[in-house]
Design a protein around this ligand. Structure first.
Ligand SMILES: O=C(O)CCC(=O)C(=O)O
Ligand SMILES: [Fe+2]
Length: 319
């Protein structure tokens, strides 16, 4: 009698070229892409994509906007701060990992522009904060970043469809209510160089999982991002090497809950040991505030709303 072994897929962070998926999503090549991505989501929760269709020039304009912003004097940057999730965040504003020093990074959050937005604002729905155009002309900050936000929101919808296809019995459009009028943030990040003498309590971004459904991260060429690989023997931090123009995609808490743990919202951190400044631009796909997150297999009772989960994770990390 033949013995069958269940082969457990090993921890993998593949780089996947989406060109053939976009050419014909029904082709056998596209099916392979779906399989490769779902295997990554079920092991590391991380993969990189190329052939995604976001232009290099738009990526370059987004990085240029970040560098111009972070080069402003500190007292000016502070005038651009808002509630967590809007505008400028000073170095040390967030503590992502309990027991570590405040994160050695500064940031700037830009969310979707909400048409006819009037007070009182719900959490995460306040208007964006834009630097006065005398400080940075709109053509160098607001315009490219809104264009970038739009391009990434479109890409996120494609990725969600691919992720749904990788789950058996899940309709590719089933997430569409989730992304109606979504909370979705472009976050510019700047990590100063890590002092060589610093002890292990200093981190650029402490170990954490991402709060939403999905994150699409653009790295600037300087390493620092690491993903936790847990085995019964040991915990290991695996580098996610920067690749020009590629996106690092990772699963966040919502997808892990929806899939009852099939897709992993994995722990990751940043330590900028590159010796120089590191810039990165994550895009967080968080979804409609009222959407209820619960496992698709019905295994968890009431679930929780997008807004509830974001409020709780923001409150615990922004202090
Ligand atoms: O900057 C990076 O490489 C990752 C940032 C990150 O993990 C986050 O903002 O959630
Ligand atoms: Fe993260």
């Amino acid at each position: 009698m033949a013995t069958s072994y269940e082969v457990k897929p090993t921890f993998t962070i593949p780089t996947v070229d989406l060109t053939n998926y976009f050419k014909d999503p029904q082709s056998p090549e596209a099916e392979q892409i779906v399989l490769q991505i779902s295997t990554a989501c079920a092991t590391s929760g991380f993969f990189q994509i190329t052939g995604h269709g976001v232009s290099e020039s738009l990526q370059a304009r987004a990085f240029a906007a970040a560098k111009t912003l972070f080069a402003l004097p500190d007292d000016i940057k502070r005038t651009l701060a808002g509630n967590p999730g809007r505008g400028y965040e000073v170095i040390g504003a967030q503590i992502l990992e309990e027991g570590k020093k405040p994160d050695l990074k500064e940031g700037y959050f830009i969310n979707r522009e909400i048409p006819n937005n009037k007070p009182p604002f719900r959490p995460f729905q306040e208007p964006n904060i834009w630097p006065d155009s005398n400080l940075i002309p709109d053509s160098e900050f607001k315009d490219p970043l809104l264009e970038y936000h739009d391009a990434l929101a479109k890409l996120a919808v494609h990725i969600m469809r691919i992720l749904a296809r990788g789950l058996s019995g899940v309709d590719a459009n089933m997430f569409s209510d989730f992304y109606k009028d979504p909370i979705a943030a472009v976050r510019l990040l700047h990590y100063p160089p890590h002092p060589p003498s610093a002890d292990s309590s200093l981190v650029g971004a402490g170990a954490h999982t991402d709060f939403g459904a999905l994150t699409l991260l653009l790295q600037d060429g300087h390493s620092g991002l690491q993903v936790l690989k847990k085995t019964p023997e040991q915990d290991q931090w695996i580098d996610v090497p920067p690749q020009s123009h590629a996106y690092v995609v990772n699963i966040g808490d919502f997808l892990q809950t929806w899939t009852a743990g099939t897709y992993k919202s994995n722990v990751h951190r940043v330590i900028n040991t590159s010796g120089t400044d590191r810039y990165s631009i994550p895009f967080f796909w968080d979804g409609n505030p009222d959407f209820v997150i619960r496992p698709l297999d019905g295994s968890l009772g009431k679930g929780f709303t997008v807004e509830e989960h974001l409020l709780s994770r923001y409150a615990s990390s922004f202090g």
